[in-house]
Each structure stands twice: as C-alpha cells, then as structure tokens.
Design a binder for this molecule. Structure first.
Ligand SMILES: [Zn+2]
Length: 563
C-alpha cells in the first residue's frame, strides 16, 4: 500500500497530466553562439521525422561544441553517411545528448577514436566506451562542428534522448534560447473525401481550398460543401526569427464546432515509428508535387504515438442540412500560432471530379504476403509491406522490371530476384541490380548473388534493371605530386571515384603500414593526417587500393619525401 503510494508520487512528479516534466535548467547550449535553427524537431523529412534540431554554424565548420552538462561519453560513431562523426554523452539525470556531423572531436576523445580506428583498420567505427572512461564536465569542449555524413552544409545536428528508451525528445523543451516571435505559415489547405459516398466541392478526390487572410492574422477558407466522411490536411511550415529557413511545426490542433477532434505535437517519438511519417503525410501528393501535406486525421496504418487527442480518428461525418465550423491551429514551441477557419455545409451535390483508381491484373492485399512473377524476375512482398490494399502495376521487359511507381510508400523491405541463367560469366561478374532514378540513371542496389540468382531488398518502388560496371575506380592525388618534398604538409589528399556501382572500400598504406584515410563522399576525397604517425623514413611509399561494389579494383602507388 505504502509502496504503491510512493510510486504514485514519483510518477505524478515526473508526469503531469501524462506529459513528461522536462528539466528546463539542467542543460546549457551546445554552442556559444546565438541559436539559429535550420531544422526543428519532428520536421517532416524523407521517410522520417527529424529527431533533433539543426543549429546553423555561420556557414562554417570548426565551431567549438560543448558538453551541455556533466556526463560520460556513452557512444561514438563515425560513418560515411548518416550522422557522420557523432558523439553521445550520457548525463546522470537520465538524458543523453547527441552531437552529429562533427568535423572532429576534442583532443582526448579524438585520440581515443584514432586508436580505435587504427586498431580496427577502419575509418568507420562504432564504440561504446565504458561508463566513466571518457568523462566530460558541463561547458567542456567535446568536439568541433562540421559537415560530415549526410549533411548538405555545415551545421550541428543536436539531440536530447531519454537514456533509458533512446526516444529522442524535442530539445527546445529544455529551455534552450531560440528567438522566435514568428507565427507558423499555412501554405495550403486540403479537404479529403474519405468514405465511399463522400463528396467535397463536387469532387471524390482531394481538393485544395482557397484561403484569405483576415484582419486578425487568421485565415478563412472558402466554404466547403460536402457529404459523407471527410478530413482535412495542411501544408505548413514554421520559421524562427533571424533566419528564413522553413522548419517544421510543433503542434497541430483541429476543432469541430469548438470541440477538439485531433491534436498532436512533437515532444517525442520513437525511432521505431519514424517511418510511419508516410501515413501522416499524403505520400502520393508528395511524390507528384513535392509538397508535404500533413493529414489532420488518422489514415491507414498510422500507429503514431504523437496524438494527444483524437475523436473519430479526426474525421468529420457531414450530414445533409448541417453546418460545421472546423478550426485548425498550427503552433510552435514558443507559443506562436496561426489559425484557419473552415466553414462546412452538409449538402449532397453531383460529383464532377471522379477519383481515378488504376485497375491492373495484380492486386495487393496489404495484410498478406504477395508474390508476383515478372518473367526473368520475381518480387516478394511480405505481409504488411504496404499500409493499404491497391492494384499494383507490374511490367517487365527482358532485364528491366517496373514495380508500380513511387506514389505508394512501402513500410517493409521487399525482395526482388532476377534469374540470370543463360548470361555469360563475364557479364555476371560485373553485373548488379540497379534502380533507375527519375532521369533513368542506374543507382546501385546492394546485390546478393547466389548462383544464377541475383536479389536485392528495398522499400522503394520503381524501375529496376540489371546493369554492368566494368570500369574500375579512379584514384588521383589532390594536393601533391610524385617525388615531391612534403615536409610542411599537414595532410595528404587524394580524389577517388567510381562511375557506376560506387565505392565499396578503400585502403591505404605508407611504407607498408596501414594508415587512416578519412573518406568524404561529398567531395570524393580521402585524407591522411600526418600527425597520426611519426614517419621515420625520408622516403615514403604510398599505396592506395580502391574497390567498387562489383569488385573492380584500382591500385595507386606514389612516393614522396619528408624530413
Ligand atoms: Zn539534423
């Protein structure tokens, strides 16, 4: 009895009305410049929600990054893609801070990383140092900001996760100072007929509603004449002060006749659910028009945990002769908001715009596994690859197969297998499965070759073909020439590239000893830092081997001098 009472007290202290009580004074900013954001938490990205904030670093790399509180380094990951060089610090209050796309680490951490890289003979590493092995204190320098990994410009990607659940939380909940007096912007408003009998403004398909700005700053939508079950969607973004970046919303609330029927926010989500973004947004619309509409109602397969309130899944059933006032409010975390009012009249009208449903010979029952033969290839979709049933468009022509198009999101990987019997061995050795991009250029897909069977796993629908890469990678020196004296050089850089299948691996030795080359795919550069090792010989023999994804390989050798 007593125990449960204590537990209850602890729970209610941590959770107020089901919301976690985020500490607002525990953390300092990771940078010592004013925080200007290029991205917010929960922002809609390709196949995922953004799990942190992107802090602008004045278009530069090398800004000092500080530990936001005392803690211990719990994980370091160095990768060509994704987070690039990333540092994770666990704090005693149960949160872990994450700093990504770093240029390099602080000297102590950098030494630890280099040691690991030389031991593993790999630039890409992932380590989990022992608790307390790499302690940091609040305000101590832990790294320098950069542009490594899947970053398209210098910035610091910063996260605060729960150490226990690894769930990322919104870093702006912790009292970080970001100047923001700007209201969210509504770019587009859409209405969706959802039930079989539903019609909106004489259309059975989604319609865009026109908007007018009212004197008080709110928006008024053109009147909706509808019948049946309908829903709404918004294309919107939020801006902070001091930058024009179009960032994501924090919160959305929908009311019907004054009653909240849908509300969600981005306090936190889990990485396990992030791909469900494709059920929140209108994926088909995105694929056609490159604009993200967030649905204000729950659609098939949407199990997202972001909802705070939901009535009838946020859908509205419109009855003839009835009038409704729908109000959607967009909010940011600083308390700025924008509101749109949509008058809805229940009236049956003849639909002029029919919803086009493509009918093919092949039907996907989303809940079941589906297997299809495509001549030389076959495709297998495990159960629940898709969120809804649909007619799938399948075409095949020799080595090229088209599996629908990218207007339908896949939640799981499916398997595409080519039968390569009859091809000569020379072809098969250099062949791979490629997905053709919009400009019909082949993108390498990781190809598993088992006998005559080539297969790949992917979540992207589209056109696939057997492509061939017979050209080995190229290697050329970037900042030196053979037989040159490089005494005052700090770095040795080479350019490496591969025309088709892409670079699978690279390795370099200096006088026969493995050296660390940092690979930056964005500028095709591998770089050696002369500080890594003491060279005891005057003449240095460099050897670099680069291999592409089908096994073509190039060896480059050169000599230079140092004193
Ligand atoms: Zn980011």
């Amino acid at each position: 009895m007593k125990k449960s009472l204590i537990l209850l007290c602890i729970l209610s202290a941590q959770y107020i009305l089901g919301q976690e009580n985020y500490p607002r004074d525990a953390f300092r900013s990771p940078l010592d410049i004013p925080l200007i954001l290029a991205g917010t938490f929960g922002e809609l990205r390709s196949n995922h929600f953004h799990s942190g904030i992107d802090i602008k670093t004045r278009q530069r790399q090398g800004l000092p990054v500080y530990a936001i509180a005392d803690g211990t380094v719990s994980r370091i990951k160095v990768s060509h893609w994704g987070y690039g060089k990333a540092l994770y610090i666990a704090h005693p209050n149960g949160y872990t801070s994450v700093y990504a796309h770093l240029q390099k680490f602080s000297p102590e951490i950098e030494a630890y990383v280099k040691q690991t890289q030389y031991r593993n003979r790999s630039y890409e590493i992932e380590v989990f140092p022992e608790y307390g092995q790499l302690k940091v204190s609040k305000d101590s320098l832990v790294a320098y900001s950069g542009n490594t990994g899947g970053s398209s410009g210098p910035h610091l990607h910063f996260e605060i996760r729960s150490s226990l659940t690894e769930k990322p939380t919104n870093p702006l909940l912790y009292g970080l100072d970001v100047r923001d007096a700007t209201n969210p912007t509504l770019e587009g408003l859409y209405a969706y007929p959802l039930s079989g009998d539903a019609v909106v403004n004489q259309s059975e398909d989604r319609v865009q509603l026109s908007l007018t700005r009212q004197a008080d700053g709110s928006y008024l939508a053109s009147e909706v004449i509808a019948i049946g079950t309908i829903g709404f969607g918004v294309a919107a973004y939020d801006r902070q002060d001091l930058a024009a970046n179009q960032n994501g919303l924090y919160e959305l609330e929908q009311k019907v006749n004054g009653r909240v029927t849908a509300a969600f926010d981005f306090d936190s989500f889990s990485f396990g659910e992030t791909r469900l973004i494709n059920t929140l947004i209108d994926y088909e619309y995105l694929s056609k028009y490159r604009r993200r509409i967030q649905r204000c109602f729950k659609w098939n397969g949407n199990d997202l945990s972001i909802y705070k309130q939901l009535e009838n899944d946020g859908k509205l059933t419109v009855l003839p002769g009835m009038n409704y006032t729908v109000e959607i409010t967009l909010k940011d975390l600083a308390g700025n908001s924008s509101r749109v009012v949509i008058p809805v009249e229940g009236r049956r009208e003849i639909p002029l715009e029919k919803k086009e449903v493509l009918k093919t010979d092949h039907y996907i029952s989303a809940g079941k596994p589906n297997n299809f033969d495509l001549g030389r290839a076959r495709v297998f979709f495990p159960a629940n690859t898709f969120y809804e049933d649909f007619y799938i468009d399948l075409k095949s022509n020799n080595d090229t197969v088209t599996i629908h198009n990218n207007s339908v999101p896949a939640h799981k990987n499916f398997t595409l297998t080519f039968d390569t019997q009859g091809y000569d061995e020379g072809f098969l050795k250099t062949a791979f499965i490629a997905r053709l991009d919009e400009r019909l250029r082949p993108d390498y897909m990781k190809t598993y070759k088992r006998g005559a069977s080539f297969s790949t796993r992917t979540r992207s629908l589209g056109t696939f073909t057997l492509a061939r890469d017979t050209v080995p990678p190229t290697i050329r020196p970037k900042n030196f020439k053979s037989k040159q004296w490089l005494t005052n050089y700090r770095y040795l850089s080479l350019l490496i590239s591969d025309d088709l299948s892409g670079i699978a691996s690279y390795e370099a030795t200096l006088n026969g000893e493995w050296i660390l080359m940092e690979y930056e795919p964005k500028n095709n550069t591998i770089t050696y830092n002369f500080d890594d090792k003491i060279l005891d010989k005057k003449q240095c023999d460099l050897k670099v081997v680069v291999t592409d994804n089908v096994g073509n390989s190039t060896t480059f050798t050169s000599s230079f001098f140092r004193s």
